[in-house]
Design a protein around this ligand. Structure first.
Ligand SMILES: *Cc1c(COP(=O)(O)O)cnc(C)c1O
Length: 357
């Protein structure tokens, strides 16, 4: 059997979820969209179900997958419905639903519903992606109430730059939100992971942690809460071939690495078809047989090469950690000029093995 696999530590996941609660004192929807950022939405939701206040996903297909697996907790659709004909299913499954646009509000007004909805009314407080314009916010709230189709409304918005700890934009967004919701007595939800971790003064009855649940930091710098997160996913494989090369020999596609001296090279069963980033350059850290080493040359589809020159005890069959508790996914993200979110979401082909249930 090919030795590439992703180990998912559910105990670490629960630890990280509790941290989101602990540092905010708020209720927390565990964000499990995109197959729980590559960790497996059903297993992640099952592992959190007894403690989680609810879950959040990107679309009804993801929400239905949770219900089909027996998850009864609240599930929020972060973008609401994409078409009005999803509304009966939303009602039937008790999904909570974001309203981010006037067309969604109109669809609710026109729908025939046999039960009232729980709506999270989204304001565009400055990110300018989705969300109602501040001038429409109060009226939308009143129209939802007047429709008689809504049992409960939570007021929400989303930060564009909370991962930049000394940027004033988040404070500006909070000010826009506070002005827009003036006089409305409803619960509030503003905080994603970077805001949960780095913005302690933002009020939020509900928080929406995603990346922090999986133990990765959204920040480009050291941060106190980030230091206490536990990585959940370990991507590992084994050395399947070892070769000794003299100086001046090319390694891999395009001869992107040429041995500057005699070197011992290990070939690892892991490639970009597994989600390891092809853009990770020579020098990207790996752990082999418990010791840090580095990637050499181009990442192939199914294999990559690492340096064993200074790891004499490593050889054929040695275990390699591509990311996990020793090599942080966020460090791989930096090397590959992306973010840990994408590193995790790109995971595919490798079997996921769960522990800590
Ligand atoms: C994805 C998402 C989150 C979670 O973001 P993280 O940065 O992963 O914590 C929270 N809220 C909304 C609206 C989202 O789309």
């Amino acid at each position: 059997m090919r030795p590439a696999r992703a180990l998912i530590d559910l105990q670490a996941l629960r630890h990280n979820y509790q941290m989101a609660r602990e540092v905010t004192g708020a209720k927390a929807l565990a964000v499990v969209k995109a197959d729980a950022y590559g960790h497996g939405a059903v297993r992640v939701a099952q592992a959190l179900e007894t403690e989680a206040d609810g879950f959040a996903v990107a679309c009804i297909e993801e929400a239905l997958e949770l219900r089909a697996a027996g998850i009864c907790a609240p599930v929020l659709l972060l973008e609401g419905f994409f078409e009005a004909d999803e509304l009966p299913l939303i009602i039937e499954n008790d999904f909570w639903c974001v309203v981010h646009s006037l067309w969604q509000l109109e669809a609710i007004e026109q729908a025939k519903l046999n039960k009232p909805l729980t709506i999270w009314l989204k304001l565009d407080s400055g990110m300018h992606r989705v969300g109602l314009h501040p001038k429409d916010y109060q009226e939308a709230y009143q129209r939802l109430l007047a429709s008689g189709k809504v049992a409960r409304i939570v007021l929400m918005s989303h930060f564009a730059r909370a991962d930049e700890l000394d940027c004033v934009r988040s404070d500006e967004q909070v000010a826009v939100f506070e002005a827009a919701r003036k006089g409305l007595s409803a619960e509030v939800s503003l905080r994603n992971s970077p805001s949960v971790m780095g913005w302690p003064n933002v009020g939020s009855d509900w928080v929406r942690p995603g990346i922090m649940l999986y133990g990765a930091t959204p920040f480009g710098e050291d941060q106190a809460v980030a230091a206490r997160l536990q990585p959940v996913m370990t991507l590992e494989s084994k050395v399947i071939c070892v070769r000794e090369l003299p100086a001046g020999e090319p390694v891999g596609y395009g001869a992107r690495f040429i041995t500057p001296k005699p070197m011992r090279i290990g070939v690892v069963a892991m490639g970009y078809a597994d989600g390891y980033p092809r853009h990770a350059p020579t020098g990207t850290p790996v752990l082999v047989a418990g010791q840090r080493s580095q990637l050499l040359g181009r990442v192939s589809m199914d294999m990559l090469c690492i340096d064993l020159t200074d790891v004499p005890h490593a050889g054929l069959g040695s275990t390699v950690e591509l990311w996990g508790k020793n090599i942080l996914a966020s460090d791989i993200a930096v090397a590959a000029e992306t973010i840990p979110y994408q590193i995790f979401c790109n995971l595919r082909r490798v079997p996921r093995l769960y522990c800590g249930d």
